[in-house]
Design a protein around this ligand. Structure first.
Ligand code: HEM
Length: 200
């Protein structure tokens, strides 16, 4: 069982309702989530600081690419809690470790609100797992939110409420029909973009 399925048994937990678009995405992207976890290969990445830096590089390329596309799409008014600061948090962590981001942001094309919603599902959802990764990194390498792990701290105490707010936005789209298909396709593209970039 992967970390995601292990943490949330059943199909109605913490405000997640069966039959919602959220429930649909969670189910249809479960395999992509498993593949993302596998490609990140945490045991290797958390062996030493060099591995940890390469983990941050992978995450920076992904978030910087999506944040650039979200900025270009001028979607701030559509999402009240849109936070385009994750690439900066990662750059801050790399700087603390004496490094700068390596590689280029991934190329992302977003066409409108539904595309953005699908990709934000992956981006914001990944922050939940990030808290878990942060704890493992702290145990293995001694990093902390102030010392190289600002990104994994994410929204801190606000993490659950931010996620609930986002899930409300997501569930404002009915779970079936072409808008929902569009959101789902965009989520799958975001996971695939992550897997592709992390595999290189
Ligand atoms: C080793 C790497 C990873 C681990 C261990 C992990 C772990 C987790 C865990 C434990 C959760 C549930 C957290 C909770 O509800 O409190 C979660 C949720 C999620 N993660 Fe990951 N994750 C990893 C990587 C990723 C990556 C790379 C992405 C995206 C590119 C991602 C996307 C998501 C999404 C979208 C959710 C929300 C699922 C939902 O409830 O709808 N995760 N992850």
């Amino acid at each position: 069982m992967n970390a995601l399925t292990a943490s949330q048994p059943g199909n109605q937990t913490g405000g997640i309702h069966c039959g919602s678009l959220h429930a649909r995405l969670r189910q249809t992207t479960a395999d992509l989530h498993r593949r993302s976890e596998a490609v990140l290969d945490l045991p290797t990445k958390l062996t030493d600081l060099a591995g940890y830096v390469s983990l941050l590089d992978v995450l920076w390329r992904f978030h910087a690419g999506y944040e650039r596309a979200l900025r270009h799409a001028h979607l701030a008014a559509e999402f009240q809690s849109l936070c385009l600061c994750k690439a900066d948090w990662i750059a801050e962590d790399l700087c603390y470790l004496g490094c700068a981001p390596r590689g280029d942001p991934i190329d992302v094309a977003l066409d409108g609100r539904l595309d953005a919603l699908g990709s934000l599902y992956v981006i914001e959802g990944s922050m939940l797992g990030g808290r878990y990764i942060g704890k493992r990194a702290a145990q293995a390498l001694g990093v902390s939110p102030w010392r190289g792990a600002r990104f994994f701290h994410g929204y801190g105490e606000l993490a659950r409420s931010m996620w609930k707010e986002f899930v409300c936005d997501l569930n404002s789209v009915p779970a079936t029909g072409s808008p929902a298909d569009r959101v789902e396709a965009s989520s799958c593209r975001a996971f695939q973009a992550f897997i592709g970039s992390a595999s290189r």
